[in-house]
Design a protein around this ligand. Sequence first.
Ligand code: ACO
Length: 383
Amino acid sequence: MNDAGPSFGLEDVTVAQTRLSSIDGEEGALLIGGYPVEDIAPNATYEEELYLLLHDSLPNAEELRDFRADLARRRSIPDEVASVVRRAAREGRPAMDALRMGLAAVTLSTDLGDPSAAEAEDEALRVVAAMPTIVAAYWRFRQGADPVSPRTELGHAANYLYMLRGEEPSQSDVRGLETYLNTVVDHGLNASTFAARTVVSTEADLVSAATAAVGALKGPLHGGAPGPVLNMIQEAHDRGNCEEVVRARLDAGERLMGFGHRVYRARDPRADVLSAAAEQFYAGAGRENVFETARELEAVGSRLLAERKPDRRLETNVEFYTAVLLHGIGLPAELFSPTFAVSRAGGWVAHALEQKRNNRLVRPVARYDGAEGRTWTPIGERD
Ligand code: ACO
């Protein structure tokens, strides 16, 4: 608890204009590039949605073919990046640390200083294309295996799974992942996107912006929640008792991961999209079914939070069903946050380009409440 006024944390403060996504927190509605998330996410490929963010319209077949090829040919990472993530994997560093370090080093391959508009889009595609390769290389090293080279004929989602596993994924795994990537690609001025826009507002480059954004996404209040969500669901599943597990966390004064949102006062619409995708996915997959446990835990969590915080509507957020869906696809919990970053990189670069086109240095103010009127005391005279 702090003594912050409502604008601390920049709540409800408008600091940019965007055409990329629109959130109605009261109604629980999200538009991405003008399309309701529940319409576009389960239908589009990630490349179509990225094109929409960058060009403000869906591509036709020819445009999509060229765009896919443009993205795919930027997938390779410099050897030095692979070395950095190999070291991170050997030292057991978290995947988000490895991603942050690897991404910061991708500029070793090219000079990306002061790009023109066309070069800025090139830089944007490089960032988005490199992310899955970095994450997959890290994961392969963690398994004691060699990285798998990207394949240009595979789509963004399929290639990511291919590089992680070393074998082509099933259509249903690709569709599940693609729906996830499309659902979380952009979401207004969340902390990581704001970090990216702030960096670009100084006229710094997109790789620096995306690297800062990865750091912002790492924290459990933003992108780090789905791992703990899965632990909670798994614990409830194993014990066969959701209520006990939720109560134990709340009684310990913990926040219930995967519940609550800064903007939504209704249900997070992305939770609905991912819940529907997960339900479909588990029904066809014949895998261990944590979906039913998740549904029950959601009901119990919402009820207990309503009892304890009657003034606040705390429902499941996007991270809750992220955990369920990505677990169903077979991704390990350690890769949940990096996979979020793989998707959100599209939003970061689209926002960064928007900021560049209509830039004003981001420079808010702080209210000073420190000491005043002090005079310098030499070190020998201090108590
Ligand atoms: N569990 C228990 N209590 C909660 C939760 C929760 N998940 N979320 C909010 N609260 C309570 C707070 O304790 C606080 O109570 P108090 O006023 O008695 O102290 C009250 O609700 C308001 O909390 P704030 O922190 O002011 O709300 P904020 O808008 O900042 O919270 C946040 C948003 C950070 C997401 C919060 O709901 C939370 O911590 N959730 C759990 C973590 C999580 O799921 N993060 C993923 C978010 S989605 C995303 O970023 C992609």
